[in-house]
Write a protein that binds this ligand. Structure first.
Ligand code: F6P
Length: 364
């Protein structure tokens, strides 16, 4: 019985999504003779039953394209804004899945998408997912497509910032994406030779950061690059978050929204460093540059590998799995095991040790 597959992209876009769509699509259609249909704009498109053909021509010429030809959204099946009200649209999604005659739904997305995919699997759909995000914070996979490209963009930016910091004897604070994980700032900070790397997983003391910058100044290097993850927080802010969590009797590390939005916190850090060191400070916020443009070769390779592995799982009617990168290959990981988990940087991670080995300060 020829299977009919629906594929959607959900959450923040990232380089490599189209390479993954191509990998899944070509393997399903050309290799296994399945039918495949594209679902627009993530779970919202499935709720609104908006689809597009995705066989033959549509799968050609997209390997190198940034973004997602399907469109994406951050909408969740069980909490979807409809007519001004947030509603559980799971039943409509399940009905549309069957109305389209689907045998399996492939979801390309990050941590949130894995959770939403599990909910749909539990609602009776056959689901297979791929791990996508520039943040590299999806659990149980070595890495996610999008990360390598963003790493290259952020590293190139740091390379360029070195020359202007050196010329003007300045501190340049460069804010790097990553949501609540520090992988992108850590990786780009090391690759770009940042003097300070601040990540959410290692709350920092701004005085310690200033001391590191002043030590460089005393050694005749009156300029520094501070790579700060957008989710990085000071020890004081971390203590306030924990106190707020304790008050809420929520023993887990609370996801208490920071009192400042990312950019405000980065600007405040630059002002503090300027005051504490006597050096001028400037801020560069890389933002969505890190999500744009053509995927790196590594991301194209990873997305293709995971896409074809997803097609193999579907052919074997192995549903309810995320295809996780593992070494040179991939392994199916149960959605129950990955949903709700976030892969953050262990403070004793080898990358952290290596950065400290070359004298990088983490503000701790
Ligand atoms: O999850 C990817 C990501 O780029 C995060 O690094 C960032 O915090 C977030 O998405 C930005 O979301 P949006 O594109 O919705 O502003």
């Amino acid at each position: 019985m020829t299977q009919s597959i629906g594929i959607l992209t959900s959450g923040g876009d990232s380089p490599g999504l189209n390479a993954a769509i191509r990998g899944v699509g070509k393997a399903c259609v050309s290799h296994y003779g399945m039918h495949i249909v594209g679902i627009r704009d993530g779970f919202r498109g499935l709720m609104e039953n908006r689809t597009m053909p995705l066989e033959g021509e549509q799968l050609s010429g997209i390997l190198t394209l940034g973004g997602t030809i399907l469109g994406t959204s951050r909408d969740k099946p069980h909490k979807m804004p409809v007519n001004g009200k947030v509603q559980d649209m799971t039943e409509t999604i399940v009905a549309n899945y069957h109305a389209n005659g689907l045998d399996c739904l492939v979801c390309l997305g990050g941590g949130g998408t894995q959770k939403n995919a599990l909910r749909l699997q539990q609602a009776g759909l056959n689901v297979v997912t791929l791990p996508k995000t520039i943040d590299n914070d999806v659990a149980l996979t070595d890495t996610t497509f999008g990360f390598d490209t963003a790493l290259g963009i952020a590293t190139d930016a740091i390379d360029r910032l070195h020359s202007t910091a050196h010329s003007h004897h300045r501190i340049i604070v460069v804010e790097i994406m990553g949501h609540r994980a520090g992988w992108l700032a850590l990786g780009a900070g090391i690759a770009g030779g940042a003097d300070v790397i601040l990540v959410p997983e290692i709350p920092y003391d701004v005085e310690v950061v200033a001391d590191a910058i002043k030590a460089r100044k005393r050694k005749g290097k009156p300029f520094s690059i501070v790579a700060v993850a957008e989710g990085a927080i000071s020890r004081q802010e971390f203590a306030a978050q924990m106190a707020a969590a304790a008050k809420k009797k929520d023993k887990k590390v609370a996801v208490v929204e920071p009192e400042l939005v990312y950019a405000e916190r980065t600007l405040r850090l630059a002002q503090q460093l300027e005051h504490l060191t006597g050096l001028e400070a400037r801020v560069t916020i890389l933002g969505h540059l890190q999500r744009g443009g053509t995927p790196s070769a590594a991301d194209r390779l990873l997305a293709t590998r995971l896409g074809t592995a997803a097609a193999d799982l579907i052919e074997q009617r192995q549903y309810g799995f995320m295809v996780a990168a593992r070494g040179e290959s991939s392994v199916p990981v149960r959605l129950e095991d990955v949903a709700g988990q976030v892969k953050t940087v262990p403070p004793d991670h080898p990358w952290v040790a290596s950065a400290r080995g070359v004298g990088t300060s983490f503000g701790d």
